[in-house]
Design a protein around this ligand. Structure first.
Ligand SMILES: [Zn+2]
Length: 417
């Protein structure tokens, strides 16, 4: 979008947002003249959204409401987000441009949570708009435990599986427990669509290796809907007609340079039922300005939540960095990481009892990062319980990052302390 068009869209959205209770005093006199003027508008934070929920962000001119969602915070008041029918059409038409190319031949099994969360509903609507068929297999209900999902995938000749990336690995494991080979026993499966957590290139290649199909990722959040999607070349691009983004250094003032990581700040460019003006997402993304095969001029790598990141002696370990380390191990499926007394502990479940980590590899990592670091290969089931196949994979959240207390307790459990 050229600057002139973007300024027009921004001014229209700002005037619209200003009719909400929350933004009425935060947005200055309009029109703004430049993006530099936009930078004077204060950030919207998750705490702001919490305090304004459920109605504070609704502009008085909002279209009639069609759907309600909440983002699942760990504490306190949830964040409320409303969508109009027009918003949903806009979001689904953008998801339809995904490299997976949903079509009328598709049977898509949706294995995201359905209750209050967005992505399952967005994906559901997109598939149906593209005239495909949906199998709603909610990941947080006992109606569709993992073995049931395996049966559905096989019996219905499902062509696309949509789920968080860890779930794709767990489903493969359940299939294997049943004596099936994910690569050959699901001949109709042609792709996997992931969302809900950052997909590192290491995990993408792990899942593609296990299932033998390409993986297409999708980035968004309850507050803004889907904002980026993988093109056919599996590069993540922004819907730049729907969002204006800033990727800022930790001073939250300076834009990062090409190739650098920064804090993602999003402004909706359409008159959404819940407009977001300079929403500080808490996510770290890397920007890459280079021409993609699909024609887009800018791609993004999602590095994860800033709050999750482990920092030891100024070295930052996000999901990307941790999985880079794990990608060289014989076991790569299930892991947790923790920091205990400035020592990085990586726990990885063994895939075979012969798996081991060469001492030279750990030494090379210690030298490269300049920190104390240990990797423990644990018996299968230590991190994710397999005893009850009905409950395996039903946990609401993956356990990637352990607190200090959890790290210490796991070290005690495996008899390191
Ligand atoms: Zn592309």
């Amino acid at each position: 979008m050229d600057t002139h068009k973007k300024m027009a869209a921004l001014n229209e959205v700002l005037a619209y947002a200003k009719t909400s209770n929350y933004y009425s005093n935060r947005i200055p006199q309009l029109p703004i003249k430049s993006l530099a003027d936009l930078a004077h508008i204060p950030f919207t934070t998750k705490n702001d959204l919490r305090s304004q929920s459920p109605y504070g962000l609704l502009p008085s001119q909002a279209e009639s409401l069609s759907q309600y969602h909440e983002s699942s915070g760990t504490t306190g008041q949830p964040v409320s987000v409303w969508y109009s029918d027009k918003d949903l059409d806009e979001i689904t038409s953008r998801i339809a441009t995904c490299g997976v190319n949903f079509n009328q031949e598709d049977i898509v099994l949706i294995r995201f949570p359905y209750a209050l969360s967005t992505i399952s509903h967005f994906m559901h609507r997109t598939v149906q708009k593209q005239r495909g068929c949906v199998v709603p297999a909610d990941s947080r209900t006992t109606v569709t435990p993992m073995p049931k999902v395996i049966n559905l995938l096989r019996n219905l000749n499902v062509t696309v599986l949509a789920c968080i990336s860890l779930q794709a690995i767990m489903l493969a494991e359940v299939a294997e427990m049943q004596g099936l080979n994910p690569k050959t026993d699901f001949p109709f499966l042609r792709a996997i669509c992931t969302a809900g957590e950052p997909l590192t290139p290491y995990r993408r290649s792990l899942i593609e290796g296990i299932w033998g199909v390409p993986v297409f990722d999708n980035y968004g959040m309850t507050e803004i809907g889907t904002a980026m999607i993988d093109c056919p070349s599996q590069q993540m691009h922004l819907f730049d007609d729907c969002f204006h983004i800033e990727v800022l250094q930790d001073d939250f003032q300076t834009e990062v340079n090409d190739g650098e990581c920064g804090n993602l700040v999003v402004t909706t460019l359409r008159k959404r039922a819940t407009p977001m003006i300079r929403y500080a997402t808490g996510d770290i993304v890397q920007v890459k300005h280079s021409k993609c095969l699909c024609g887009a001029s800018c791609s993004f790598v999602i590095r994860g939540r800033k709050d999750d990141m482990i920092t030891i002696n100024s070295v930052q370990f996000d999901l990307y960095e941790v999985e880079k380390i794990i990608s060289k191990l014989p076991a790569r499926r299930f892991w947790s990481v923790g920091n205990w007394k400035n020592h990085l502990y990586l726990f990885v479940e063994q895939e075979s009892e012969h798996d081991m980590v060469p001492k030279e590899y750990i030494d090379s990592l210690k030298t490269a990062y300049g920190i104390d670091l240990s990797i423990f290969l644990l018996e299968k089931g230590t991190l994710y319980d397999r005893k009850d196949p009905l409950s395996f994979g039903m946990e609401a959240k993956p356990r990637y990052y352990l607190t200090e207390k959890e790290t210490q307790s796991l070290l005690t459990q495996i008899k390191i302390f």
